[in-house]
Design a protein around this ligand. Structure first.
Ligand code: TNX
Length: 508
C-alpha cells in the first residue's frame, strides 16, 4: 500500500531514499511556497569540493554563511575570494535588484554553481532557509544528498509575519523561547510578539519597580512558580532573535490585564484594597484596571516604557489595550490617547489590540485585529495600519476540534485546513491589502504549560500561517498545500515536535 501511494504521489513525495527523488520532491514542497519556481535538468552535488564565495565579504554575510557549514559537509567548503574556472562554487551575493525588495532572494542552482542573491543580509538568510528545506530535514547523510537544479525568485507578501507567545499566563524559559524562535525562522517568519504582562504575572524586570517581578512574577495560572526575564536575559533573547532576522515586539498590557502589577504596587489601582488580597492564578479576563485618573500611574508607565524601549530595538511598543471591561469608556479613551504620547516620547511606534480604535489614533499607531470587526474598520478610517490576528483563524490556543486535550474554544475550533484557508485581505469587509502590515498568530497560554504543549498547538497550523503571510494569494489552495505539508512532517520529526496529526492531512 505504501509503495502504491508513493508511486501515486511520485512527483510530490519523498518516499524514496534515492537522492534524486528526494531532491525533486524537496524542490516542489517548499513552505512558504516561493513566488516563482523553475526546475531545470540535473542536480548540484554538495558532496564535492566547493568554493564558498561571499561578496561583499562583510561580517554579517560571513556569519550568515555559518548556517551553510551546518548544512553542507564542512570539509567540502573552501572559502575563496572569487570563483575560479573549473571549480564548483557556492556564491552568496548582495545585489541591487529592487524587484526583490528588502527580504527577497534569487536562487540559481546548476551542476556547478549554487548562486544566492539578495539585496540585504535578511534576504540571504531567507534564501538559506530555502536551501535548508531543499536538503533532507534530518540533515544527516549530507554528502549523499543532491539539490535539484533550477531557479527560485521569492519575496514576501507582508512585511510583518509572526507569532505572539503569552509568557504571562504560564512562564516560558529563555531556552524555550529560543527554540520557538528557531522554529519561526525555519518558516521565514520575522516577528515574535511577547505578551510580557497579564493578571497572572509580570515577566520583565523593571529596575525602578522591582516588586513587579519579585512579587508580581512569582506565580502563574494554576499556582506554579512563574518566573521572569531579567533585562540581561531579555537582551539575550533579542540578540538571538536578531541573528535569525526576527524582531521581538514587547507588549505590556494596559489598562486592563494588570492585576499582577497592582498586586505588587496597590497604588496603581483605584481601590488598593482589591489588590492587597494577593496574586491571581485563575483564567478569568476583564476584571482589572490601572487607576487611569491617578497621575502616579503615568509616571509608572513612563518608567516601564523607557526601560523596555532602552533594551528593545523594535520600532514598536505594544500597549495591549484589550478587554478593559472595568475601565469606564471615557477613561479608557483618555488613557489610550495619553499613553500613545508616552510611547512616542520614548521613540517607539504604538501597537494596541483593536479596541484602541475607540480612541484617537496618532499617526503611525497600529491596531492588531483580533475580535470585533468594527474595530479594524474604525482604525483604518483614522489612517492606521493593521496587524491581522483574527481569533477565529489564527488563535493557536483554540482547539483543533472538541477532542483536543489542550486549549479553549470560545472563538472557534480551528482545524489545519481552517487555519490555512483564508485571505487576510478578504476577511473583514472594508479592509484592503495595503492597509495590512501582516499577520501575527497568537498562542495564549492559559492551558499551555510546557514546550511540548506549545509545539502541539502550533504545528501544523503555524506552517500554514507562514505561507499565508509570505506567499502570493493567487493559486493558494488547501488541496495543493496539504500535500506539501505532508513532507514537512520530516522536519517536525527531526526536531522532535509532537505535532497534531490532523485527519484532514494525508500524512504518510
Ligand atoms: C482573549 S485576545 C484575550 C486574551 C486571552 C485569549 C484566550 C486578547 C487580545 N485577549 O487575554 O488569553 O482571549 O483565547
Amino acid at each position: 500500500m505504501l509503495a502504491g501511494l508513493c508511486l501515486f504521489l511520485f512527483t510530490i513525495s519523498s518516499c524514496s531514499n534515492k537522492p534524486e527523488e528526494q531532491a525533486d520532491a524537496a524542490f516542489l514542497n517548499l513552505i512558504p511556497k516561493p513566488v516563482e519556481v523553475k526546475r531545470t535538468a540535473g542536480y548540484f552535488n554538495p558532496g564535492e569540493k566547493l568554493l564558498l564565495v561571499i561578496t561583499p565579504a562583510d561580517s554579517v554575510l560571513q556569519s550568515n554563511s555559518a548556517l551553510l557549514s551546518q548544512l553542507f559537509p564542512s570539509s567540502t567548503l573552501v572559502p575563496a575570494t572569487e570563483r575560479t574556472q573549473g571549480n564548483k562554487a557556492i556564491v552568496l551575493q548582495l545585489v541591487s535588484d529592487s524587484s526583490l525588495g528588502k527580504e527577497g532572494y534569487a536562487l540559481h542552482i546548476s551542476d556547478s554553481l549554487l548562486n544566492l542573491q539578495a539585496t540585504t543580509a535578511a534576504g540571504i538568510f531567507y534564501g538559506l532557509q530555502t536551501i535548508r528545506q531543499l536538503l533532507p530535514a534530518d540533515n544527516k547523510a549530507s554528502n549523499k544528498v543532491l539539490l535539484a537544479n533550477g531557479s527560485i525568485r521569492d519575496y514576501p507578501r507582508f512585511a510583518i509575519r509572526g507569532s505572539m507567545l503569552d509568557v504571562a499566563r504560564h512562564f516560558f524559559s529563555v531556552g524555550d523561547v529560543k527554540r520557538y524562535i528557531d522554529l519561526l525562522a525555519y518558516y521565514k517568519l520575522n516577528t515574535l510578539h511577547l505578551h510580557l504582562s497579564d493578571d497572572q504575572g509580570w515577566r520583565i524586570e523593571i529596575k525602578k519597580w522591582p516588586r513587579l517581578t519579585e512579587y508580581g512574577g512569582s506565580t502563574q495560572v494554576g499556582g506554579g512558580a512563574g518566573g521572569f526575564y531579567t533585562q540581561e536575559r531579555f537582551k539575550e533573547l533579542v540578540q538571538y532573535a536578531a541573528e535569525r532576522y526576527i524582531s521581538i515586539i514587547p507588549e505590556i498590557d494596559m489598562p486592563g490585564h494588570t492585576h499582577a502589577a497592582a498586586a505588587a504596587y496597590p497604588e496603581l489601582n483605584c481601590n488598593p484594597k482589591d489588590t492587597i488580597k494577593g496574586l491571581y492564578t485563575g483564567t478569568e479576563v476583564g476584571f482589572s484596571t490601572l487607576c487611569t485618573t491617578n497621575e502616579q500611574v503615568y509616571g509608572f508607565i513612563n518608567d516601564v516604557v523607557s526601560e523596555i524601549a532602552a533594551i528593545s530595538p523594535s520600532p514598536y511598543f505594544h500597549m495591549g489595550g484589550d478587554e478593559s471591561l472595568v475601565t469606564p469608556e471615557e477613561e479608557y479613551i483618555a488613557f489610550v490617547n495619553r499613553v500613545q504620547g508616552i510611547i512616542h516620547a520614548n521613540g517607539k511606534q504604538v501597537i494596541g489590540w483593536d479596541e484602541i480604535a475607540h480612541a484617537s489614533l496618532q499617526p503611525g499607531t497600529v491596531a492588531q485585529h483580533w475580535s470585533d470587526t468594527a474595530n479594524p474598520v474604525k482604525a483604518v478610517a483614522q489612517g492606521a495600519k493593521l496587524i491581522m490576528s483574527p481569533a477565529t483563524r489564527v488563535y493557536m490556543d483554540m482547539q483543533y476540534d472538541s477532542t483536543t486535550r489542550l486549549g479553549l474554544h470560545w472563538a472557534a475550533y480551528i482545524e489545519a485546513d481552517e487555519a490555512y484557508n483564508w485571505d487576510p485581505a478578504k476577511l473583514v469587509k472594508g479592509i484592503r491589502e495595503e492597509q495590512i502590515l501582516g499577520i501575527v498568530a497568537p498562542l495564549w497560554t492559559e492551558t499551555i504549560v510546557t514546550m511540548k504543549d506549545i509545539e502541539y498547538m502550533v504545528f501544523p497550523r503555524l506552517t500554514g500561517y507562514a505561507e499565508i503571510s509570505w506567499s502570493p494569494q493567487q493559486g493558494r489552495s488547501w488541496d495543493e498545500y496539504k500535500n506539501r505539508l505532508v513532507q514537512h512532517a520530516a522536519f517536525y520529526t527531526a526536531w522532535g515536535i509532537d505535532y497534531y496529526r490532523s485527519p484532514r492531512v494525508p500524512w504518510q
